[in-house]
Design a binder for this molecule. Sequence first.
Ligand code: C2E
Ligand code: MG
Ligand code: MG
Ligand code: MG
Length: 279
Amino acid sequence: RAKHEGRNTYRLYQADIDRKARDQLSMETALRNAVETGEGLYMAYQPLVRRDNKQLISAEALARWDHPEHGPILPGKFITLAESSGLILPLGKRVIDLVLEDMARWRGAGKKLVPIAINLSAAQFWQPDFVATIKQKLHDNDIPASLITFELTESILLNRQADGTALLQQLRELGCGIALDDFGTGYSSLSYLHNIPAHSLKIDRSFIEALDHEENNSRTIVAAISSLARELGLKVVAEGVETEQQWHLLGNYAIDFIQGYLIAKPQPQGQFAEHLSAR
Ligand code: C2E
Ligand code: MG
Ligand code: MG
Ligand code: MG
């Protein structure tokens, strides 16, 4: 009897694993189709504002995907899937094209453009022709490089600091901005931070969230990151600001720029365009 049950349990697990594998594969097929046709893919834009007066400074472009049957899938899932299945390069290209398309549309509607930040995955950043491709696309779309910032995490540079720094330097010379994303979570190495030619540093949302709970060290950490960044000549952005209390505390720590649901959630291009002033 025990043997019988054991076998049933095994069958149950196996069925579970088979189903998961099938789901994964069909999700990958759907994503491949979306990347090829562009169907269901679009960008959402989240304002980045000055902390003191909440004035719009720039925005971050965040990829969105509506699955034909399952509806919206979060980037946490489909970007990860794209990275593990080799789809990230064509998806990354789509993302850049979508952003440039949206910017051209806003300009056509008489809006004054603000800089837009694009998130990069490691594979994209390390493509041999990445900088040349960006240069070409900016030229083709008549968008000044100064209106594009690239966000990347320090982990992308891990083990290849010298090469990575040189690549960032090329993007910088092109005129693009460089932001270090999710700062404080990865393999932050303070010893080489001063070598990274970044313009700004974004303090990870986990530290901002923890500000509301006085019992931990998050306030000390945020204050320390802020003063370190300042010393290194980097602008500091706090990510994921959700409460008035966080907003207030960040003022004490000399944080000049913020992003978060307290100000605005990521929005489709049409809605975001309403924040842009007329040229
Ligand atoms: P990220 O670059 O750190 O983006 C910030 C994430 O935090 C976004 O999640 C944003 O919607 C969310 N967020 C912003 N403010 C708040 C807040 O106040 N509270 C909370 N709870 N969340 C907030 P999203 O859009 O789901 O993106 C997740 C991650 O996926 C991004 O993290 C980024 O690493 C990646 N990603 C998104 N779009 C792209 C893309 O086009 N290319 C690449 N390579 N990665 C992308
Ligand atoms: Mg980002
Ligand atoms: Mg981030
Ligand atoms: Mg992130």
